[in-house]
Design a protein around this ligand. Structure first.
Ligand SMILES: [Zn+2]
Length: 133
């Protein structure tokens, strides 16, 4: 992707709430069961809260019981990038927005077997839901 959005810290701080900034720009994690995107069954698309890129679709969300919105796949493979994350003494795969590098969450290999087998475990504060899209 050649069109990365680049802003400095002050610009992100101005645009985002403190919690959005902490999660997306400082690789934070919201407390489980704190987000407001876990129970919606509406049709719609989840956008990056930082840059507005379309990232996930509600049809691909499933109830993992883990306390964060969980998807079995991104809207498009190109919408996200995956990086190894060795923090917290474990190897996980970090998921970031491919357009602005916002930290979104992690992907784990314990998703629904009948579909992709993947669980994209995403912080709800990193997402902006547009119903009806
Ligand atoms: Zn983004």
């Amino acid at each position: 992707m050649g069109n990365k959005i680049q802003k400095d810290d002050a610009q992100w701080r101005e645009q985002l709430s403190p919690e959005q900034y902490r999660v997306t720009r400082q690789k934070g994690t919201e407390p489980p069961f704190s987000g407001d995107h876990r129970v919606s069954d509406e049709h719609g698309i989840y956008h990056c809260v930082c840059c507005g890129a379309a990232l996930f679709e509600n049809e691909h969300k499933f109830d993992s019981g883990c306390g964060w919105p969980s998807f079995d796949r991104p809207l498009a493979k190109s919408a996200i990038e995956e990086h190894y994350d060795d923090s917290h003494a474990m190897r996980r795969i970090e998921v970031v927005c491919s357009r602005c590098d916002a930290h979104l969450g992690h992907v784990f290999p314990d998703g629904p077997r009948e579909t992709t087998g993947l669980r994209y475990c995403i912080n709800s504060v990193a997402l902006d839901f547009h119903a009806g899209e």
